[in-house]
Design a protein around this ligand. Sequence first.
Ligand SMILES: Nc1ncnc2c1ncn2[C@@H]1O[C@H](COP(=O)(O)OP(=O)(O)OP(=O)(O)O)[C@@H](O)[C@H]1O
Ligand SMILES: [Mg+2]
Length: 264
Amino acid sequence: MGDGFLRRLERFRAEAAARLRVRRARGPGDTPMASNGKISCWDLFTSVFPHSTRMLLHGPPGTGKTYQAIWTAHAEGERVYSVTVTPEMSAAELRGHWVPFESRWVWNDGPSMCAYRGGVRLVINEIDKAGDDALSFLLAILDDPEVALLSLPSGETVRPASGFRVVATLNGDPESLPPALRDRFPVAIQIDSVHPAALGALPKDLQVAARATVALPGERRISIRAWKEFARLREAIGEEQAARAVFGGRAGDVLDALRLHRGK
Ligand SMILES: Nc1ncnc2c1ncn2[C@@H]1O[C@H](COP(=O)(O)OP(=O)(O)OP(=O)(O)O)[C@@H](O)[C@H]1O
Ligand SMILES: [Mg+2]
């Protein structure tokens, strides 16, 4: 029995254990929740991430899905490829194509093939936007490693190098994905709160107000992106103007809340 088999078995065990943890952690409404009711979506992400080769992160905008998908456990010098899918994106854009070089044509790997061959992380943002052409290619690179085998127009046939993993993000409902695509992500974590480090990176005097407003429903919500921009702009143009530029009609309320908090 070769080392390869043992490695595959070990990976299978780790993935199965992670899948089990995800299933156990899901409560009503698909919200990650441990039996003690304490685990957050980001705690769940952190425990599953090292063991999962294909992970789907879904939830509202600005919670930190892309940031964590790219930077979590990112070793110095490690390559990560990141693509954002659009409805018009072609398979060739992801896979690669022929390009003219001097007097001939040479094959040029696209970002997905670079990650596939290189055995590194591929982040696919807005995966639900894939049109038919890109979708067929995504289904191929997301196949289980045992069956994944890609024949390229260059004539090469490529298998995913060990270490290849995919983290995909979307704002919508993963159940609205085409069934074959959804099936390729046994791990799907609903990200329903802003990553604590994103809030922690704000200036201290904004953190309480930001924490309270990033989670508000609908139009009352103030996103972490807005808070970050306010923090940056106020350094340049002062708090009043920065608040008007970022918070619009709510600037007065936001500034009052900040003053109240500072007065305490
Ligand atoms: N761990 C972190 N440390 C510092 N800043 C963070 C962290 N995570 C996220 N952020 C910041 O929060 C903002 C939103 O993050 P990100 O773009 O990852 O959100 P998203 O969930 O992918 O949003 P969308 O669904 O709109 O694409 C970004 O400005 C990002 O820099
Ligand atoms: Mg994103």
